[in-house]
Design a protein around this ligand. Structure first.
Ligand code: BDR
Ligand code: CA
Length: 336
C-alpha cells in the first residue's frame, strides 16, 4: 500500500491499525499538509511509526501548501501538535529524499497493478503526482479515499468535508482522473455519510485498556476515559488513548457526545477489505466556484450528466463489527 496522510489523530489510528494487519504491507507513508502543517505531520508520522516499531518504513514529505488555496489547519480538532494529548518521542530517523509526489509516481512504476493507494488527508500529493505522470491512477490496484460528503452535512462548511475543503483543486484533479479507469478498479470513496456512523466511545477504548491488562471499565471516567494513567507500560496504547481523549473532548465540545468519529481507520479497513461495507456507483465532481459551496462534493447517482460512473461510494457499514475488528487488531501491540 501507499498511504497518504495528514497525521492527525485518526490518521495515526489508521496507521496503527494497518501496521497490526497481516493483509497490509506498507511501501511508503506520504505526508500532506492538512490537520496540521506538513512539517508537523511528518514529525508525527515518523514518531508514530517508531512507536509502533516500524521506523523501517519510508516516509516522504509532500507540499506545504494546497494547489491554489491558502493552507488551513485544524488544531482545534487534533490538538496543537496534531496528536491530541499524546506526547510522542522524537523520531530517531528522518524522511526520505524524494517528495511524496515522486514516491506516488516511482512506486507505482516499480509495482504496476500491485499497490493499493489510501489517502486519508487532502489530495494535494496525488494531484501533484498526476501532474508529473497521469498514469499513476491506472497503475494502482485500487485507490481508496477518505473524503467528501454526498447526502450528508459537511464538517468544514455546511456542505464540504475537511479533506476536500482544504484543497478543492487537488480533489478536482484527482476526481477528474477517475474517468476512463477500468470499471473493475473504480476508486472507493469513504465519505462522512458513512464515517460519521463510526462512533468510537470510551467503552471501545476501555476494551483496549483491558487487553493491556489495566483498568476495569467501571473505573473509567470522563476525566480518564481510556484508563491512560495505568497503562504507562504499553506505549502504543497509552499514546492511542491520550490522542483519543483529546479527540473525544473535541467532539463533546461540538455537542456530538463523548465520542470520536474515526474516519481514517475505517477507510483503512475498507482498503484491506476486512469490514463489511455497501457501495453505490456514481459520477463524482467537486464545486470550485460556488460563493458558499466551494469544496462541496457532488455525486450523480443516476447518469444525469450522461457520464459513466467513475467511483464507488461507501454508503453503509456495520460500526460494531468495525470496532470488534479494530480492538482485535490493536491487541497485536499488547501481546507478549
Ligand atoms: C477527515 O478530516 C480530518 O480531520 C480527519 O483526519 C479525516 O481524515 C474527516 O473529515
Ligand atoms: Ca486525515
Amino acid at each position: 500500500m501507499i498511504v497518504d496522510v495528514d497525521t492527525g489523530i485518526d490518521d495515526a489510528l489508521a496507521l496503527l491499525y494497518l501496521l497490526a494487519s497481516p493483509e497490509a504491507e506498507i511501501a511508503a507513508v506520504l505526508c500532506t499538509a492538512g490537520n496540521v502543517p506538513v512539517a508537523q505531520v511528518t514529525t508525527n508520522t515518523l514518531a508514530w511509526l517508531e512507536v509502533c516499531g516500524r521506523s523501517d518504513i519510508e516516509v516522504a514529505v509532500g507540499s506545504a501548501v494546497p494547489l491554489v488555496a491558502p493552507l488551513m489547519t485544524t488544531e482545534d480538532t487534533h490538538g496543537p501538535r496534531g496528536v491530541g494529548y499524546a506526547e510522542l518521542p522524537d523520531a530517531s530517523h528522518g524522511p526520505s529524499a524524494r517528495t511524496a509526489a515522486e514516491a506516488w509516481v516511482e512506486l507505482t512504476r516499480e509495482r504496476p497493478g500491485e499497490l493499493t493507494g489510501l489517502v486519508t488527508g487532502p489530495l494535494t500529493n496525488l494531484a501533484l503526482a498526476l501532474r508529473l505522470d497521469p498514469g499513476v491512477l491506472g497503475r494502482l490496484r485500487r485507490l481508496v479515499v477518505m473524503g467528501g460528503c454526498f447526502n450528508h452535512p459537511g464538517n468544514t462548511t455546511p456542505t464540504s468535508e475537511w479533506n476536500v475543503a482544504v484543497d478543492p483543486e487537488a480533489a478536482k484533479v484527482v476526481f477528474d482522473a477517475f474517468a476512463g479507469l477500468d470499471p473493475r478498479r473504480r476508486p472507493l470513496l469513504c465519505p462522512l455519510d458513512t464515517t460519521e456512523s463510526i462512533e468510537m466511545r470510551p467503552v471501545h477504548v476501555a476494551r483496549i485498556a483491558e487487553l493491556a491488562g489495566s483498568v476495569p471499565p467501571e473505573e473509567l471516567s470522563e476525566d480518564d476515559p481510556c484508563g491512560r494513567r495505568s497503562r504507562a507500560s504499553v506505549p502504543v496504547v497509552r499514546h492511542l488513548s491520550d490522542a483519543l481523549r483529546f479527540y473525544m473532548e473535541f467532539h463533546r465540545d461540538q455537542n456530538l457526545g463523548f465520542l470520536a468519529h474515526v474516519h481514517d481507520p475505517f477507510a483503512a479497513a475498507v482498503a484491506l477489505g476486512t469490514v463489511p461495507y455497501v457501495t453505490r456507483p456514481a459520477t463524482v465532481d467537486v464545486e470550485l466556484d460556488g460563493r458558499i459551496t466551494r469544496g462541496t462534493t457532488v455525486a450523480d447517482w443516476s447518469g444525469i450528466w450522461g457520464r459513466d460512473p467513475d467511483a464507488d461510494i461507501v454508503v453503509g457499514t456495520e460500526p460494531e463489527f468495525f470496532f470488534d475488528h479494530f480492538v482485535d487488531r490493536v491487541a497485536f501491540y499488547v501481546r507478549d
